[in-house]
Design a protein around this ligand. Structure first.
Ligand SMILES: [Fe+2]
Ligand SMILES: [Fe+2]
Length: 115
């Protein structure tokens, strides 16, 4: 499970890089300031007290990410194909993350473990 979380964390870092690169290509300046990160974030930061809690909270966050990228893709429409392709790539990853967390949650729940 630690390996799964690490893999996801690395992929999330990639998403930040993809978004920042595209913002730069469009002449903008990506905002890397950790201040205000929580208020700019779509998902809330909730610390899980147990493994089950952590997976549950992550599943919620991944589903919010899926929703957000769907909104962005819908907003873009056909206006910016390059950004759209980048966002679709990220969306695919977020859907995988949500699916991974759902499976983990099912495994943990059926084993009746709340570590
Ligand atoms: Fe992500
Ligand atoms: Fe994710």
């Amino acid at each position: 499970m630690a390996a799964e979380f690490l893999e996801h964390a690395e992929e999330e870092q990639e998403h930040a890089d993809i978004a920042a690169t595209r913002i730069t290509q469009l002449g903008g300046e990506p905002n890397f300031d950790p201040k205000g990160l929580a208020s700019r974030s779509h998902a809330e930061y909730v610390e899980g007290k147990s493994l089950l809690d952590m997976v549950r909270e992550d599943l919620i966050a991944e589903r919010i990410a899926v929703q957000s990228y769907n909104d962005i893709i819908r907003y873009l429409g056909d206006d910016d194909p390059t950004t759209r392709i980048a966002m679709e790539h990220i969306l695919g990853k977020e859907e995988e993350h949500a699916d991974d967390m759902k499976k983990l949650l099912e495994t943990l729940s059926t084993n009746g473990r709340d570590l």
